[in-house]
Design a protein around this ligand. Sequence first.
Ligand code: FE2
Length: 179
Amino acid sequence: MDAKRIAECLCGVLADTYVLQLKSQNYHWNVVGMNFHSLHAMFEEQYAELALAIDGIAEQLRNLGGLAPATMAEYLALTRLSEGDSSLGATQMVGDLLESHEAVLARVHECAHVADEEDDESTEDLMTQRMNAHRKTIWMLRATLGHGEAGLPPAPKPAKDGKPAKAPKAKKKSPKAVG
Ligand SMILES: [Fe+2]
């Protein structure tokens, strides 16, 4: 088992989860509009769930012998997410959280695949728990946006060799006009 390889992917998951927790907290504090109360409460549930997850991911890293990155500078260097934008409208905040959870789900899926290849059942179990949590949140955010497709995103199907299928791709933001 290559513990260093697993620790590297866990560092990425930790950074993404931390940045997403702060983004959820940002939107909990700064959301405005007629749906203020329900969104304020939903974002709080989400950041609280992520905060618990962060501790488990960091402690799994320590279990593997790695140091847990624990500064904002490290998280910003490791994350694939953008930071929250407190000037967004309520619907844009929900959309941004949806895209972010989809991106973290994809990264957790990659890490589950690495853990599987390295025969690290405990990291694989933790990543499965995280995938389930992100899938549930994605369903709630999609339902909030009134997407007709609202429903749990499909579980990754195991391929013939027993390995998980490729990670679902995060939705890309529409390209911004240049110039
Ligand atoms: Fe609060």
